[in-house]
Design a protein around this ligand. Structure first.
Ligand code: BGC
Length: 447
């Protein structure tokens, strides 16, 4: 396994070295030092045909498409065409690979959904358009939640435009079923077990779940948070402290993951998150743990919070916010798209988009003080919890907020192996995860 991990690490270095040597990666020309393009100037320069931007993303579900529609329309109002390049696959597993190969081939899209710490990698190679002018003119530093602001910054430059903040540690439940059986959303694991027994007795799968690796790991990261809180969570997934992987709290979270299989439909099938969400919506399952993009889909299917579905926090995590922040990064190339790219960045941060896009997406605005009038109880709760500050926030490993892509992929693959193999001892996966941390941590520090 270690050999495998080292090979992967070597692979990344090789890819980056290739990238630096390839003519496609020659440093892009210096950006013209002009103020950020104004919406009006791009629109008038555009004439009838207008500029266009190719946008790579993985928003293909019903709710996601509605949210993207808000961006497409706002851009069209400025006579800029959004050339859609959607790669299906939850959590961007496919999109990430397509993006990497496009960039390596010298055909980067003009805009991409590019979440998390991976910015740094692309920005360090000089590939991303710096949006400092737009950010200064739009007062982003003052308007944004500090966590969102620091995420966008790479060595003092703003390298992406923020869209919204997702909460991952949600426990959705089917209200009709809960009412019929006289159940209440569980706040503790004891209550969760009692609810699960009642659901099983009624012939309903207590917890909807897929065995797709990122979905297993999404459930698991909520269990780590439940077991420990954000400080230990960061030791594991941000600091990659090998010692933290030997901790009893990780052992407990692994045991919880394994025991939760008893309340899932066995064998746990590998299905897209939208299908699993349907199991909850259709009453086949009583509960579902997922990021709140699932709420965007429930809404798109005509279901509303506190009516057809309820949203509680995963037991033990009500005080915390396991987050993923969606952003759009712009590839600089020869700077010919810079005016249109800057307009899209301005649009992303505008109050109307922050409110309407995030309503469809199931997320909350990145603004500290947004318009809360259109928020449902789930979003209000998410916004209040995130607003408590960094001590209550945990960056999602699976959704690229905690560490680099290679480390994330290695940990996620190991967790899935553990999930599907009931014979694998917890201590073995702890040792393997610690080995990954040792091999791939950014500091290379061995404890
Ligand atoms: C993204 C969301 C997306 C979800 C499901 C997450 O990684 O942050 O925007 O809706 O994956 O694909």
């Amino acid at each position: 396994m270690i050999g495998e991990v080292k090979l992967r690490a070597a692979g990344v270095v090789y890819v980056l070295a290739l990238a630096l040597l390839s003519p496609a990666f020659a440093a892009p020309p210096v950006a013209p030092a002009t103020p950020a393009a104004s919406v009006a100037s791009v629109a008038s320069a555009a004439g009838n045909t207008g500029p266009s931007l190719q946008v790579l993303h993985w928003w293909t579900s019903a709710g996601e498409r509605k949210a993207v529609g808000v961006l497409i329309n706002k851009l069209a109002e400025q006579n800029i065409q959004w050339r859609d390049f959607a790669i299906p696959g939850g959590a961007g597993i496919g999109a990430g690979k397509v993006l990497k190969s496009m960039v390596l081939a010298g055909h980067a899209p003009e805009v991409t959904q590019l979440n998390g710490v991976i910015f740094g990698e692309w920005a360090d190679l000089g590939l991303l358009l710096e949006l400092d002018n737009v950010a200064v003119q739009g007062n982003w530093q003052k308007l944004l939640f500090p966590t969102a602001w620091s995420l966008l910054n790479n060595h003092g430059h703003v390298v992406a435009a923020p869209l919204g903040i997702h909460r991952i540690n949600n426990l959705y439940y089917n209200i009709a079923i809960f009412n019929r059986l006289g159940l209440r959303a569980p706040r503790t694991w004891d209550e969760f077990e009692q609810v699960a027994v009642k659901l099983k007795q009624a012939g309903i799968t207590p917890l909807a779940q897929s065995s797709e690796s990122w979905q297993v790991a999404t459930l698991f990261e909520t269990l780590v948070l439940a077991e420990s809180g954000p400080a230990y969570y960061r030791e594991l997934f941000v600091d990659l402290s090998p010692r933290a992987f030997a901790d009893a709290r990780l052992l407990h979270a692994l045991k919880r993951l394994r025991s939760l299989k008893q309340v899932m439909q066995l064998p746990v099938k590998e299905r897209p998150w939208t299908e699993v969400a349907h199991q909850l919506a259709d009453g086949e399952a009583g509960m579902f743990v997922m990021g709140d993009w699932a709420k965007g889909d429930f809404n798109a299917w005509g279901l509303n919070a506190d009516q057809q579905f309820g949203c509680a926090a995963v037991p033990g995590t009500a005080d915390y916010h396991l987050y993923s922040i969606d952003t759009l990064a712009m590839f600089a190339d020869d700077y010919s798209h810079q005016p249109a790219q800057e307009v899209l960045a301005q649009i992303a941060m505008s109050p109307a988009v922050q409110s309407d896009y995030n309503k469809f997406k199931g997320a909350i605005p990145v603004w500290r003080a947004p318009d809360t009038s259109k928020m449902d109880s789930c979003s209000l709760n998410s916004w209040r919890t995130f607003g408590k500050g960094a001590a209550f926030q945990a960056p999602s490993l699976v959704h690229r907020m905690a560490t680099d892509e290679t480390t994330k992929d290695a940990i996620v693959a190991e967790l899935r192996r553990f999930f599907v193999d009931d014979q694998m001892p917890e201590a073995e996966v702890q040792r393997k995860l610690a080995a990954i941390a040792r091999a791939l941590s950014r500091t290379g520090k061995v404890e």
